[in-house]
Each structure stands twice: as C-alpha cells, then as structure tokens.
Ligand binder design. Structure first.
Ligand code: IMP
Length: 199
C-alpha cells in the first residue's frame, strides 16, 4: 500500500512493536519499507494537546512535514478508574524518574483501594502528506494488581493485568501483548478505514 512508512518515534522498542503489529494486522503489503528515523526523532515535538488524538496528530504532522513521507505516530496512557482516569495523558511524566518509580507512585495511589479497574488507551495518527490525516483511538481494559510481576515490556506493564488473562503485560510474551494491546486495537481501526476509503 505504502512504499515507505516512517514510525514517528525515537524509541527502537516502540518501532519494533509497531512493525510486528502492522505485519500481524495488515500483512506484509501494508508498506514495502517501515523506517526508524532516529535523526528526525531528535526534533522535539511538544505534546501540548489536550487529548491523545491531538498529541498523536502533532507528532505525525511534524514528522511528515520534516520527511515528506507517510508517518505513523501514537500517544498513549494508562487510565485508572479509582483515580478518575489519571495518570492518563500524563502517564509518562506523572512523576520524575524511571518506570519503576511510576509503578511505585501508582501502587501508592491505590493502596487500600478496592476498585482496581483500569485501561490502556492509545490514539494513532497516520499522516500522508498532500493526501490525508487519519486518527483512531482504542483501548485495552484490565486491572492493576498489588505488586509488580514480570520483566518484559515497559512503563506500567508489570502491574497491568489485561481482562481475561492471569499474566501481566510484563509476563506475557510480546506477541500475545501485541494481539490485544491498545495500540493494536487502534491500528486495526486505522487499517479498516484505509481499506474502505480509497487512497
Ligand atoms: P507515549 O505514548 O510514548 O507518550 O507513552 C505514554 C506513557 O504511557 C508511557 O511512558 C507509559 O508510561 C504508558 N504506557 C503507554 N502504553 C503502555 C504499554 O503498552 N505498557 C505500559 N505502559 C504504557
């Protein structure tokens, strides 16, 4: 479908995750070449949007303007029911420090709280210069457990138990997470739109 497609991220792990999602959901023909462009990733795009959708669009459009190529960007976060949807848009910057600090912050907030329901949310934006900008959003519902389990993944993965599973996102093999994740669900919607709307 696309000759070249840039994944708008400086994070090699996220790039690999997207390559797998695109291949699984849309097949090899979605793009002849999926590009990781660390040189563009040095360009800082301020995530000033008030929604995941806005932030994903700011990133995709900036990268597409810079490269002249189709660009796929995402923005995502963890929404916890008992915290009224926090940390949400601020999941990456809710406190300073690394992933384990953020996990400790979250468990601290939920100490003694019975309602553990949460969901990961993701918006994806595909910007094809001179043609269209398409945004989709989706979720992966689950709950927050009491203490971290597992070593794979990143962010809040060790405390997130997706609905219907007994293993956390950090315990599940990557290919299983990629079948049910918020980013996968959002990409499925994106792919369906591209198929139905003619390019
Ligand atoms: P961003 O979309 O790269 O800005 O990520 C937002 C933040 O949400 C990440 O830094 C993580 O803290 C959290 N997050 C988003 N998706 C995931 C996931 O799949 N697993 C764990 N944490 C995630």
């Amino acid at each position: 479908m696309f000759r070249k497609l840039i994944i708008a991220t400086g994070n090699k792990g996220k790039y690999r995750e997207f390559c797998e999602i695109i291949r699984d959901v849309a097949g090899e023909n979605f793009a002849d070449e999926i590009i990781f462009a660390p040189e563009i990733s040095r360009m800082i795009v301020d995530e000033t949007g008030k929604t995941y959708a806005e932030n994903s669009m700011l990133k995709a459009r900036a990268w597409a303007e810079r490269s002249g190529l189709p660009c796929l960007a995402d923005d995502s976060g963890l929404e916890v029911d008992a915290l009224n949807g926090a940390p949400g848009l601020y999941s990456a910057r809710v406190i300073q420090g690394g992933d384990s600090d953020k996990v400790s912050w979250l468990l601290g907030q939920l100490e003694g709280v019975e309602n553990r329901r949460a969901r990961f949310a993701a918006a994806l934006c595909l910007c094809v210069p001179e043609k269209f900008t398409l945004i989709t959003e989706s979720y992966c519902p689950g709950k927050i457990i009491d203490s971290p389990r597992g070593y794979d993944g990143f962010g809040y993965d060790p405390v997130f138990l997706p609905n219907g599973y007994y293993l956390t996102f950090a315990e599940l093999p990557g290919h299983v997470k990629n079948k049910i994740s918020h980013r996968t669900n959002a990409f499925k919607k994106l792919n369906a739109h591209i198929k139905t709307d003619s390019l």
